[in-house]
Design a protein around this ligand. Structure first.
Ligand code: ADP
Ligand code: MG
Length: 290
């Protein structure tokens, strides 16, 4: 090998705000053909906001928000922040028996009432009838919002529509990557309807949605078994196993420390154009070695 050109490749990458941990990563990056993107915080801004609260069964909006925010005080999920922010300064009841259901939601007991908050799969598992929310769910999800449902005492009481807009640079960056011939895949725990809506806006080729945190690395393995050379781009703690499994793990700067420590490449700028820069530098460096 010619270590000198690799070293200059690593240096050149740094000039573009791309930190490469080891020479091998640059080499592997040069033969990647598939890019797998996390949705929240990678394609999107990662600062979701509650835009609509729809209630059912005569529930007051203020009551629904109180329950939801009380539960989410115990969670550090980006969706939890959206809900507690919407509740503002209001003093909240305490939650007993708080539980996180990874990749699905949260539950607990508030004022003697069993309260459950999360995605539709979670509601279905807990035998909560969600039929009356079908229309709002579809409308909100198809427009790119993530619907989060709230049940109290076994009954659906509210749906929170939470929006996390695409990062301003994402669509242009993905267009560039698509033109370079990479296959672009979204990997997310969010529901398929919301995932497809965001994928359309971003210019993603293929969506793998509704994946539990444990399933993300498995999804990468399946792509590798199909003969693909995979780079995974993510920012969250729950992306770490997939970042480790991928041929090249790329962490968004400003993401979780665990993601950055696991990945072999870190983007200093929170801009997916840096992915194209990194791959171009990797290819140029390896060409120079031949
Ligand atoms: P992502 O792949 O976007 O990081 P997660 O695996 O963290 O998604 O979560 C998948 C889905 O589970 C979310 O879209 C949401 O519907 C639900 N969920 C997870 N955690 C929470 C929470 N704390 N509050 C509400 N919903 C949640
Ligand atoms: Mg994320």
């Amino acid at each position: 090998a010619t270590p000198m050109s690799i070293i200059s490749g690593v240096g050149r990458a740094a000039e573009f705000g791309v930190l490469v941990r080891d020479a091998d990563a640059l080499q592997r990056a040069s033969s990647v053909d598939t890019l797998v993107f996390d949705k929240t915080g990678t394609l999107t801004e990662g600062a979701p906001r509650v835009t609509d609260i729809i209630t059912f069964n005569q529930t007051k909006q203020s009551q629904a928000l109180r329950w939801a925010a009380a539960l989410e005080q115990g969670s550090n999920h980006p969706l939890a922040r959206a809900i507690t922010e919407r509740a503002g300064e209001a003093s909240l009841p305490t939650t007993e028996q708080f539980r996180t259901i990874p990749g699905q939601g949260v539950s607990g007991m508030i004022d003697g009432i069993n309260v459950l908050l999360g995605n539709r799969a979670l509601m279905q598992q807990q035998h909560i009838a969600t039929g009356e929310a079908d229309n709002v769910f579809a409308t909100q999800a198809e427009s790119g919002a993530t619907p989060v449902m709230l049940a109290a005492d076994g009954k659906l009481v509210a749906l929170f529509a939470i929006r996390d807009p695409l990062r301003a640079t994402s669509a242009d960056a993905l267009k560039r990557l698509h033109q370079l011939g990479y296959r672009l895949i979204m990997l997310t725990g969010d529901n398929p309807a919301t995932a497809h809506a965001i994928a359309r806006q971003a210019g993603i080729d293929e969506v793998i949605a509704g994946v539990l945190p444990d399933g993300k690395a498995q999804a990468i393995i399946r792509l590798q078994q199909q003969g693909r050379q995979v780079a995974m781009i993510g920012d969250g703690i729950n992306d770490a196993p997939a970042l480790a499994q991928a041929d090249v793990g790329i962490a968004m700067g400003g993401g979780s420390d665990v993601a950055i420590e696991t990945a072999s490449v870190t983007l200093m700028r929170h801009d997916l154009n840096s992915v194209a820069d990194a791959l171009a530098i990797a290819k140029a460096t390896l060409r120079n070695m031949k």
